[in-house]
Design a protein around this ligand. Structure first.
Ligand SMILES: [Zn+2]
Ligand SMILES: [Zn+2]
Length: 210
């Protein structure tokens, strides 16, 4: 599997293009801005899904344009799906003073779902606490190599905000401890903002969950 990372938008959100090495099929996680950068990274691949880790504008903004250009499907957890169409809840009106209303998702996902992108297996983990429908994606290739995408649930040495609509500190900590820190220590975490980290590093150092 090939993972391209690019920082997009005013909030420096990490957008990832994850590619199956054998088939060149790909999916895009959290296209929150800078359409051209994302298109450049997706070049020579066949994007089939957009996967939103949650419904905040800095993670969803380019859903529509990418969908138009690639004809791909937009996936989001069922508990965050309504945020695509609500400028208050997706925070576009709050962050930019501009209402951004996107079209509904093509497929609603929930914890336990497994998707296939070429030879890659993508498993959905429901990790509420930053929003109601926040999810993490565990991606695995045929050799057993894995990568975990945590959106705004867990960052290197930090965690997502819990003061926004749908947020809950106790719920977020529970999600992180029960769904993320149970993975093997050497699993690489690709968060929604900031640098990559590993499960073992967060277990030992993250002040919120130590
Ligand atoms: Zn967020
Ligand atoms: Zn964010």
């Amino acid at each position: 599997m090939i993972i391209h990372k690019v920082e997009v938008g005013e909030l420096a959100t990490n957008c990832y293009v994850v590619i199956c090495s054998q088939t060149k099929k790909s999916f895009i996680i959290d296209p929150g801005g800078d359409l051209d950068k994302i298109k450049r990274l997706s070049k020579d691949t066949y994007p089939i899904f957009i996967m939103n880790t949650h419904g905040h504008i800095d993670h969803i903004k380019e859903n529509q344009e990418l969908k138009k250009q690639y004809g791909l499907k937009v996936l989001i957890h069922k508990d965050d799906a309504f945020m695509l169409e609500d400028a208050n809840l997706n925070l576009s009106s709050y962050i930019w003073g501009k209402n951004v209303i996107l079209s509904p998702a093509d497929k609603l996902i929930e914890g336990g779902d497994i998707l296939e992108v070429g030879k890659l297996k993508v498993q959905v983990y429901h990790t509420p606490g930053h929003s109601f429908g926040g999810v993490c994606f565990l991606v695995e290739n045929q050799n057993g190599d894995k990568a975990l995408f945590t959106g705004d649930t867990l960052f290197a040495s930090s965690i997502g905000r819990t003061d926004l609509y749908g947020g809950s500190f106790s719920c977020l900590i529970k999600s992180i401890k029960e769904k993320i820190l149970v993975f093997e220590d050497n699993l690489t975490i690709y968060p929604g903002h900031g640098p990559t980290t590993k499960v073992g590093i967060e277990k030992a150092n993250n002040p919120y969950v130590k």
